[in-house]
Write a protein that binds this ligand. Structure first.
Ligand SMILES: N[C@@H](CCC(=O)N[C@@H](CS)C(=O)NCC(=O)O)C(=O)O
Length: 231
């Protein structure tokens, strides 16, 4: 039987990385055929072949093989979490599911999306073929917003909890926060949230020793500190 196909990017790209980390936490990564795009400079995600699958021109995109296509990281994760056996990564009870969605939304909109916008508009982003807007002031605004909201998350973690919901295993919101911290450290972003916030530092260190993290970041994530994972 052919496997569903996932269109993704190298691990430095945080949204497909949210999905990849989820797949490894859930233990189902081997059930998919992964197509890793050359995002830049080639920009396969913006070419017509991919746009036929996902007109938004983004990764991740899941092709279920029966004519159904899913995109948007959280939507794909929630679908796969409920349709596969194993630990529920997006929360078990309705309350946990609500809390996980709440934290995921806060972190995606106010931290990760801000950092990715900064990446695109402040410096070179994906390069001249793909970037349409250069606006350093907007990038700086996004950076400040990301830092301010990271401070709120840091305060939430200050009560000694390991993960956002207070359990003993990470949920999807923790995955989104992990990829946001990783991307904040990317060379052209240079806003390392772990260096600025004590509890985000501890959180990042907890992720770095997890098997899921070490497998999902096996290509190094574009970060010197993760280079040994690709050895
Ligand atoms: N809302 C989308 C965002 C996806 C997204 O921005 N993906 C980036 C990779 S991290 C992308 O494909 N960018 C392509 C481009 O900018 O050309 C999601 O949650 O999956």
């Amino acid at each position: 039987m052919t496997k569903p196909r996932l269109y993704t990017s190298p691990s430095a790209f945080p949204n497909p990385q949210r999905l990849r980390l989820f797949l490894h936490e859930k233990g189902i990564a081997d059930r998919f055929e992964e197509v890793i795009y050359d995002m830049a400079p080639k920009g396969e995600q913006r070419g017509w072949r991919h746009l036929k699958l996902n007109p938004w021109g983004e990764t991740p995109t899941l092709d279920l093989g029966d004519g159904q296509i899913l995109s948007e990281s959280a939507a794909i994760v929630r679908y796969l979490d409920t349709t596969h056996d194993g630990r529920r990564i997006t929360g078990t009870t309705p309350l946990e599911q609500g809390q996980d969605a709440m934290w995921d939304d806060r972190i995606w909109v106010q931290i990760l999306y801000r950092i990715t916008t900064m990446f695109h508009v402040r410096n070179e982003g994906l390069g001249p073929k793909l970037e349409l807007t250069h606006n350093p002031q907007w990038g700086e605004h996004c950076r400040k917003e990301a830092i301010a909201h990271a401070g709120l998350v840091d305060r939430h973690l200050a009560d000694g909890r390991d993960w956002l919901l207070g359990g003993d295993q990470p949920t999807f919101a923790d995955i989104t926060l992990c990829t946001a911290i990783a991307f904040s450290k990317f060379p052209s972003v240079q806003t390392p949230l772990d260096e600025r916030f004590e509890h985000l530092d501890g959180f990042w260190r907890r992720w770095k020793v997890r098997d899921s993290f070490r497998t999902a970041y096996a290509d190094g994530g574009g970060l010197d500190e993760l280079a040994d994972l690709s050895a």
